[in-house]
Design a protein. Sequence first.
Length: 446
Amino acid sequence: MSETTTTGGCCGGGRCGGMQQQPEQQQTEQQQTEQQQTEQQQTEQQQSRRETKAPAATGVHLEPGAAVPSASPAAQAGPEHVEEPVAYDGILLSGFGGPEGQDDVLPFLRNVTRGRGIPDERLEEVATHYRHFEGVSPINQQNRDLKAALEGALAAAGVDLPVYWGNRNWAPYLDEALQQAADAGATRLLAIPTSAYSSYSSCRQYREDWADALEATGLAASMQIDKVRQFFNHPGFLAPFVDGVRAAVAEARAAGFADAEIEVLFATHSIPTADAERSGAPDLHEWGPGGGYEAQHLAAAEHVMAEAAGGVSWQLVYQSRSGPASQPWLEPDINDAIEALESRRAVVIVPLGFVSDHMEVMWDLDEEAIETATEAGLWARRTPTPGVDPQYVGALVDLVQERLEGRPEAERKAVTSIHTWYDVCRPGCCENPRLGFRPAIAGLQP
C-alpha cells in the first residue's frame, strides 16, 4: 500500500457522503494548526531576537558557607555525587545554538568566538559551511524536537517538571530561558547540556555561560542551578550508537566485505591538546595525553564495539579542527585516517562526539569525510546520532530522576570502564589555559 492510498472512508477521502469528518483528518488538521502556530512563534522570535549573547559575568553568588556558587543546598558543599533528594522547579535544556538564516550567520559566529579577536574575514571562511545550507543550522530545530520528546518522556515517567530551552550562542539565549523560568516562579533548575563529555567547550563553557546568564538577568542570588553528570557512559546514550554500528557492519557484510576489510571510525570534535590535557578532573585521574576527553571517548567506543561488532577494527579520530596551524590539536584528522587505510575496503563513520546531526556532522562527515572515502575507493556509511531516539531521551529522564531521588552513585547506570561521572565539577577541571578561569557555577571553584 502506497502512502497516498486512503484507508479511512468509504469514498476514500476521509468523509462518508461528504458529511462527517473522520478522526484521522481531524488529527491531521489539528497537527497542521499546531505546526502553523509553531512556525508563527519561530517567526516572531526571529524578528525579535537579538544578535549578541549575554555579557561575561564579573562574579558569582555564594551562599554563606557554600563552596559551589548558585547551587542547591544539597550541592553547595561540593560532593562528588549528590545522594540526597532535591526538589527542582524545572529543567534547563542547554544547547550550543545555531543560525536560522543568512543574516544570522556572522552574528552567531561572533558569539561563538567572542573574546578571541577573530576578524569577520576569517569568520566568513567558516560561514561558507552554513551558507551552503542557506544559512540554517539544523541544531535549533533538533533541540526543539528534543525538548518536545523530553517533555513527553518526563510526563510518561511521572515527572511533572517544565523544560526551558536556551542556547549559549544564539536565540533563544540562556538568559532568556532563565527569565522565562523565573517569570513562571521557578527558583531551582537542573541543567542538561547537550554534550556528553568533559572538556572546556563541552562542559565548563556551559557552566560559565550559566553564570553569565544569571548575572545578566539579576537572578544570581535568587536562582539555583545544578547540572546532571556528563553522560558519556550512560547506556541509554550509547545504545543508539550500538544500534547504528551493528546495522552498518551488517550492511557491509551483506555487501560482501569480510570483517578484516571493515574499519569503524569513531569521530568527535578535535580540541587543542592543552585543553584536552586539563579535561576530566586531571588532578584525580591519570589520563593519557588526550586527558579525560579522549579517555571518555575511548571508553565509550570500546563499549559500543564490544556490544555491536566485536573483532572488527576501529579507531578514534577527530574532525572540525580550527585555530592556527602552530597550535597542537588532537589527531588524527578523520580524512587523514581514511587516506591511511591500506587494507580496508569499507569504512563505518560513527559520530560518537555528537548528540544530533548538526553542522559538524552534516558538513565535516556527510560532505568531506564521505567524499574522502569515495575518492579512496571505499564503501562508506555514516551511522545516526542519538537525536530523539527513545533510548537517549530515556537516559536524560534517568539523569533527572537520579537527582530528584538522590540516587546513590553505586545504583546509577554506567557501562564503561570509567566510573559514573561527578554531579559537581571538581576544582580546576576543564581549564582553558588561554582564557584562564572565568566565573562559573555548578562546580567547586578553582
